[in-house]
Design a protein around this ligand. Structure first.
Ligand code: CP
Ligand code: NVA
Length: 299
């Protein structure tokens, strides 16, 4: 576990817990593990609970395969099959799961639920996406940026669209290691002020000179009731070739996926030569292996 990690057990809830040095170490370790995916088995004999209260493709598969490649066993739990769905408290869920598994990873709506499980848990808790944060995505994205540009400090990242969980985690986690993050969103969809973050309503201003331009869905999981207003307000924030042309020479397009081609990103960018989006999807696994290796106690 990195010395800079302040909490014990070493939870990963906003992604800032490891500190800048810890995050940089995880990124470098992920790149090593990508080159040698079956080189270590630190989770031999360990079981890891993966709780999903929202849908998932990448996070589910990348975590489950990560645990397998590290020699452990993933216990995949759907929220609607757990007693959580019948009113058992997050606290009691954390107390019980801690008696069986070496880490608990959860995707759910409320950050408070994740915090309550973490407070009760004697094993590390990992946030696999909440309404507020998506730290594992940000960690994987730093791996993609580092392998694309060879460094992180001083890179310019523009996020265009809804000021959502993915935008917030990029601002917090990438911002901590020296990436200059600008988020362009319309009024009503902007992030709160965060250290080092530049907020604008002008996508062209954000994209100008950026090394990477990032898009995410305009209707996140849980936002379906306001879909029509969102699609209308966010229509000027599409990541297309013209926006990418405003970036620095060699600028790349990023997207956490799932994508909605024709809405937040054009098919030309999504499947074009300037994207690193499919590498991003793969790098989730390598980043999460580095994270699990660092925070799960040997059994
Ligand atoms: N990017 C991401 O978290 O994808 P899933 O929702 O498919 O897990
Ligand atoms: N902002 C999106 C990310 C999906 C990976 C959501 O929360 O639905």
């Amino acid at each position: 576990m990195p010395d800079s990690w302040p909490t014990a057990p070493a939870h990963f809830l906003t992604g800032t817990e490891p500190g800048a040095e810890g995050i940089l170490a995880l990124v470098d370790r992920a790149i090593e593990l990508k080159a040698a995916p079956l080189s270590v088995r630190p989770l031999e004999g360990a079981s890891i609970a993966l709780i999903f209260e929202k849908p998932s493709t990448r996070t589910r598969v990348s975590f489950e395969v990560a645990v397998t490649e590290l020699g452990g066993h993933a216990v995949v739990l759907r929220g609607d099959e757990m007693q959580l769905s019948r009113g058992e408290s997050p606290r009691d869920t954390g107390l019980v799961l801690s008696r069986h598994v070496e880490a608990i990873a959860i995707r759910t709506h409320s950050d408070e639920v994740v915090s309550a499980i973490a407070s009760a848990s004697s094993v590390p808790v990992i946030n696999m996406l909440t309404d507020g944060h998506h730290p594992c995505q940000a960690l994987g994205d730093l791996v993609t940026l580092k392998e694309t540009f060879g460094h992180l400090d001083g890179l310019k990242l523009a996020f265009v669209g809804d000021g959502n969980n993915v935008a917030r985690s990029l601002a917090l986690v990438a911002g901590l290691v020296g990436v200059q993050v600008t988020v362009a969103s319309p009024s009503g969809y902007q992030l709160e002020p965060l250290p080092g973050l530049v907020i604008t309503d002008d996508p062209a201003e954000a994209a100008m000179g950026a090394d990477a331009i990032y898009a995410d869905a305009w209707v996140s999981m849980g936002d379906e009731a306001t879909a029509a207003q969102r699609l209308s307000a966010l229509a000027p924030y599409c990541l297309d070739d013209a926006l990418l042309d405003l970036g620095a020479p060699g600028a790349v397009a990023l997207h956490c996926l799932p994508a909605h081609p024709g809405q937040e990103i054009t098919p030309e960018v999504l499947y074009g030569s300037r994207q690193r989006i499919w590498d991003q999807a793969e790098n989730r696994r390598h980043a999460q292996k580095a994270l699990l290796e660092a925070i799960v106690r040997a059994v």
